[in-house]
Design a binder for this molecule. Structure first.
Ligand code: ARG
Length: 466
């Protein structure tokens, strides 16, 4: 067997080094503990590179065949857990390359022709992330579908809409849930947009300046399904915008999930009692026997913190780096990996939990009746009778003040009392003052009227199915 310069890291670089790396430095600089999750992308990238090297006659077809054979063996070994990852070989790239050379000799040593780990790692992360993006996209759809399904049953379920956390105007529960569908739809668009910029090939940039071998970068891009080729070799090896953009997408998505979680927590509290969650999404207390806590929603809210933190970590990681590759970049992986894992798991569990929300319409409606939620409707009613809006607003303020003093809802005041505040009021006012009347009146595109919301639901169902 030919000697393998990658047998251990102390020899990996070159004869230039006269002593092995200290153990502490080895541990400090190694990434194999976490970047081994890139192994499939690493092998795919290497195979595409080798195929192109052979097509360009930079390596022989025999060498290419040996590389293919060796990689098949490595793949099988990793899949069955037999692959021996070595810390002294630093990262996933050197581990696989060293093993390849062990298996197929000199052909393995030729694989790295015209390539550097700098363009290799950038390629691997992009390939891996593209796959994860493709896994996440359907989860965002499922999240929206879960919300639409609950909305579908609740276009006539009334709950108070809030501003400043004060009862403002009645809305339907469906309308409220569809607000989140809009947010997740934008997240899905953002994700699709990020994918375009992730899906560009750095390989061929080599260490930083390009390479003197006649590589066919377009061919490699095509093999790997990349839509384009990085146009500047320096940028190719040093850019991590694609990871930062993905993290921004993730941070915004988690922020949306966190807002929904916060509402779920509030709605489930005894003070609201708007919804209940199935037992399988709740936990008990070790001391208070009566407790059922919405831990999943709380954790989802909490986990938004780490994803937002990872975005900050990546921005900070990049901001001081001169061109081109710096070892700092190795630090991009753990935040990125954890971001993907957290968003994936959170979307899955939230979609499931939302689908199983138990709605308590009476409690919602009772709450909507409490805060003079139809006062605006009375003002609009007076405007339609010819009053300028500001005057109508003033009359209604007096009526509300009186109603508060009586401890009554506006709709419970006798007609004669209401007429004291404005003589134009007639007994058609009571329909206007009802929660349902208020809802039906908001029959404008994007409004909460059941007719509008049902139309939105049909549109969304069609879009999400397609
Ligand atoms: N493990 C390294 C990383 O994650 C691979 C690239 C190393 N390149 C280098 N020139 N040291 O970024």
């Amino acid at each position: 067997m030919a000697s393998n310069p990658l047998e251990s890291k102390s020899q990996a670089w070159s004869a230039l080094f006269s002593e092995p790396m200290s153990e502490l430095v080895q541990r400090y600089t190694a990434s194999v503990g976490f970047d081994q999750r890139l192994w499939q992308a690493d092998i795919a990238g290497s195979l595409a590179h080798a195929e192109m090297l052979a097509a360009q006659k930079i390596i022989s077809t025999d060498d290419h065949a040996s590389i293919v054979r060796g990689m098949a063996q490595i793949k099988a070994d990793i899949e069955t857990g037999r692959f021996e990852w070595k810390l002294e070989l630093e990262d996933v790239h050197l581990n696989i390359e060293a093993r390849l050379t062990q298996l197929v000799g000199d052909a393995g040593k030729r694989l790295h022709t015209g390539r550097s780990r700098n363009d290799q790692v950038a390629t691997d992360v992009r390939l891996w992330l593209r796959g994860e993006i493709d896994n996440l996209a359907p989860l965002l759809v499922a999240m929206q579908q879960a919300l639409v399904a609950v909305a579908d049953k609740n276009t006539d379920t009334i709950l108070p809409g809030y501003t400043h956390m004060q009862v403002a105007q009645p809305v339907s529960f469906a309308h409220h849930l569809l607000a989140y569908v809009e947010m997740f739809a934008r997240d899905a668009e953002r994700l699709a947009d990020v994918r375009k910029r992730v899906n560009v090939l750095p390989l061929g940039a080599a260490a930083l300046a390009g390479t003197s071998y006649p590589l066919d970068r377009e061919r490699v891009a095509k093999t790997l399904g990349f839509e384009g080729v990085c146009q500047n070799s320096l940028d190719a090896v040093s850019d991590r915008d694609f990871a930062i953009e993905f993290s921004s997408f993730a941070a915004i998505t988690m922020m949306h999930i966190s807002r929904l979680s916060e509402e779920i927590v509030l709605w489930m509290s005894q003070n609201f009692g708007f919804i209940d969650l199935a037992d399988r999404y709740c936990t008990g207390s070790s001391i208070m026997p009566q407790k059922r806590n919405p831990d999943v929603a709380e954790l989802a809210r909490g986990k938004s913190g780490r994803v937002i933190g990872h975005l900050m970590a990546l921005l900070t990681l990049m901001k001081g780096q001169p061109l081109t590759y710096n070892k700092d970049n190795q630090e991009d992986k753990e935040p990125l990996f954890d971001t993907v894992d957290t968003v994936r798991d959170t979307l899955r569990i939230m979609a499931e939990m939302v689908a199983g929300i138990i709605v308590k319409p009476e409690a919602m409606e009772r709450a909507a009746l409490k805060g003079y939620a139809t006062a605006t409707d009375l003002a609009d009613y007076l405007v339609k009778k010819g009053l300028p809006f500001r005057d109508a607003h003033e009359s209604v303020a007096h009526a509300v003040k009186h109603a508060i003093a009586q401890g009554l809802d506006l709709s419970a005041l006798p007609l004669a009392t209401l007429q004291n505040f404005n003589a134009n009021i007639t007994d058609d006012v009571f329909e206007v003052l009802s929660l349902r009347g208020s809802l039906n009146a908001r029959n404008v595109l994007g409004g909460t009227a059941p007719a509008q919301v049902r139309a939105q639901i049909e549109k969304l169902k069609a879009r999400l199915a397609g």
